[in-house]
Design a protein around this ligand. Structure first.
Ligand SMILES: [Zn+2]
Length: 460
C-alpha cells in the first residue's frame, strides 16, 4: 500500500516490513466480540476495586450525564463531508409515481417482478444491462425497491436503496436500460461526549449517548495502553470528539472519533486522528507518537484471565509445582484468537501438553505461542500474518481441564509476562509531516479541550 510512503509504518524492532494492518478489520473483529464485551464488562462486576484506601473508603459521586444526556453532546461545527464519491446527478425522468416495495424474507426478484406484473424477460434484461444492475441480485429482507410504470403498465424505472445513503436507479431508455448510482449528501456534525466510569465502560459510555460502534472505537484507540477488561476503576473518565453523520434529518451510523482523552488510574492518555494525503487515517498522541504498539496486549478481546503468569504455580492437571510461563484466558470453544503482532507462523501442529498449538515469530526478537486450540485459522506454517488476524480458535486440546487459551510471549527466547511486558510503539508521525499533522490536529484538540471544560462545568 502506498500509505507507507507517507507514514513510515515499518516497525524498527521487528524489521519485518510493512504493517498494513487495517484498523477497520480490527474493528470488525472487535464488533464480533461485542457480545462477549458486554457480558464481561457489564455483568462481571465491572470496574475493579481501587487499590488505594482513600478511594475505597468513600463513594465516588456518579458523574453521569443526566436523562438529557444529549445535553452533554455539544454540536461544534457543521460541514458537508466529501465522504463519498461525487454522486452522479440522475437524469430526472418526468414526474414519476413510485410504488415502494419492502423485501420480505423468502422473496426473490422473480417474485417481486411478478408482484408488479413485470415479465421474467424484463427482469433478465434489467439484471444483465450493467455491472451495477447486478446489485439487485443481492436484495435482503427489509430493503426497499421502488417501481415506476408507464400508462401501459410497462416498466419505467426502479430504485433500489443500497443503504441509507446510496440507491441504484435503473430506468428504461430507448436502447435498453440505464443504471445510475444516486447518493444523498451526507452532513457531518462534530459532537462531544464525556463520562466518568462508575459502572463499566460500556454502560457509562451508553449513558453518555454513545453508540456501540463509537464505544468500540474508543476501546480500540486506547486498548494499547489501557486494559479495559482488567484495569478500569471507578472515577476513570473520558472525553471525546466524534463525527455524527446525517442525510437530511436521518441520523446515520456515527463517523469516526476525531480526538479523545481517557484518564485511567490517574494517567491521562490523549489521541487524535490524522488523515494523510492518501486518505489513510491513524491515531496519534498530540505530539505525534503512534497510539498503536507492535503487539496487542491480549490475543482475545475482553476475555477473563483465568490464570496469570506465575513461575511457581501448582499445575491443575499435574498437581505439582510447575511454572506457568504464560497467561490463560477463559473463553468458550471456538472463540477466535488473534495474532498479537505481525509475524510468520513457524509452527502449527500438535505438541504434547499444548495440544494444537501455533507459534509465531515476530522478527528476530519476539515470538508468541497459542495453545489448546480446537482448530487452526486459515494460515499455514510459513505464512505471514498481520496483527489481529485470526490464527486459531479456543479449545481444550492437550493437557487442559477446560476450554481456554494458553498464551506465551518470549523476548529473545525468554518467557515474559505478556500482560506487563513493555511493547515498542509503532512508528511515530514522519518528521516531514509534522507541520501538516499539527495543522490538522490542533483544532481538533482544542475542540476536545473546550468540550471537556464545558462538560466539567455542567456536571458540577
Ligand atoms: Zn496456561
Amino acid at each position: 500500500m502506498k500509505k507507507t510512503s507517507i507514514i513510515n509504518r515499518d516497525f524498527k524492532a521487528l524489521s519485518i516490513g510493512k504493517v498494513a494492518r487495517s484498523r477497520s478489520s480490527l474493528l470488525f473483529v472487535l464488533l464480533g466480540t461485542l457480545g462477549l464485551f458486554i457480558t464481561v464488562l457489564y455483568f462481571k462486576g465491572n470496574v475493579s476495586n481501587p487499590s488505594d484506601r482513600e478511594a475505597t473508603s468513600r463513594e465516588i459521586p456518579i458523574d453521569l450525564p443526566d436523562a438529557s444526556s444529549k445535553v452533554q453532546s455539544t454540536q461544534l461545527s457543521v460541514n458537508t463531508a466529501p465522504a463519498l464519491p461525487k454522486p452522479t446527478s440522475p437524469p430526472s425522468p418526468s414526474p414519476q409515481k413510485w410504488t415502494p416495495y419492502t423485501v420480505k424474507s423468502g422473496d426473490n426478484l422473480a417474485k417481486i417482478f411478478k408482484h408488479f406484473s413485470l415479465s421474467a424477460s424484463t427482469l433478465h434484461h434489467i439484471i444483465n444491462s450493467s455491472e451495477q444492475a447486478k446489485a439487485l441480485t443481492k436484495i435482503k429482507p427489509g430493503q426497499v425497491i421502488k417501481f415506476s410504470k408507464n400508462a401501459n403498465d410497462g416498466f419505467l424505472a426502479l430504485e433500489y436503496a443500497l443503504d441509507p445513503v446510496r440507491s441504484l436507479r435503473i430506468q428504461s431508455i430507448l436502447s435498453g436500460y440505464e443504471s445510475t448510482l444516486i447518493e444523498k449528501p451526507v452532513k457531518i456534525v462534530h459532537n462531544t461526549a464525556s463520562a466518568v466510569i462508575n459502572n463499566s465502560l460500556f454502560y457509562d459510555a451508553k449513558q453518555a449517548g454513545l453508540t456501540d460502534r463509537t464505544i468500540m472505537e474508543l476501546a480500540t484507540i486506547f486498548g494499547w495502553d489501557i486494559d479495559f477488561a482488567q484495569n478500569l476503576r471507578k472515577g476513570d473518565s473520558f472525553s471525546l470528539l466524534y463525527e455524527s453523520r446525517y442525510t437530511g434529518n436521518t441520523q446515520l451510523e456515527n463517523g469516526h472519533i476525531l480526538a479523545a482523552e481517557f484518564i485511567n488510574r490517574g494517567s491521562t492518555y490523549q489521541a487524535v486522528r490524522f488523515v494523510d494525503k492518501n486518505g489513510h487515517a491513524e491515531y496519534f498522541s498530540p505530539d505525534g507518537k503512534s497510539m498503536r504498539k507492535t503487539f496487542l496486549r491480549n490475543p482475545i478481546d475482553f476475555a477473563r484471565v483465568s490464570s496469570h503468569f506465575n513461575l511457581r504455580r501448582k499445575h491443575p492437571v499435574l498437581n505439582r509445582i510447575r511454572a506457568h510461563k504464560g497467561v490463560d484466558y477463559a473463553a468458550s470453544t471456538g472463540t477466535p484468537i488473534k495474532t498479537t503482532g505481525d509475524g510468520r507462523i513457524v509452527y502449527r501442529g500438535v505438541k504434547g501438553g499444548y495440544g494444537r498449538v501455533v507459534i509465531i515469530q515476530h522478527g528476530q526478537k519476539y515470538s508468541s505461542l497459542y495453545a489448546h486450540l480446537s482448530k487452526y485459522g486459515r494460515y499455514k506454517k510459513g505464512a505471514h500474518v498481520k496483527q489481529g488476524q485470526v490464527i486459531g480458535y479456543v479449545g481444550k486440546s492437550g493437557l487442559a481441564t477446560g476450554a481456554h487459551l494458553h498464551y506465551e510471549f518470549r523476548i529473545n527466547g525468554v518467557h515474559k509476562n505478556p500482560l506487563t511486558a513493555k511493547f515498542p510503539a509503532a512508528t511515530p508521525i514522519n518528521k516531514n509531516l509534522m507541520s501538516e499533522f499539527k495543522q490538522q490536529t490542533t483544532p481538533l484538540l482544542s475542540q476536545l479541550r473546550t468540550a471537556k471544560q464545558t462538560h466539567l462545568a455542567q456536571s458540577r
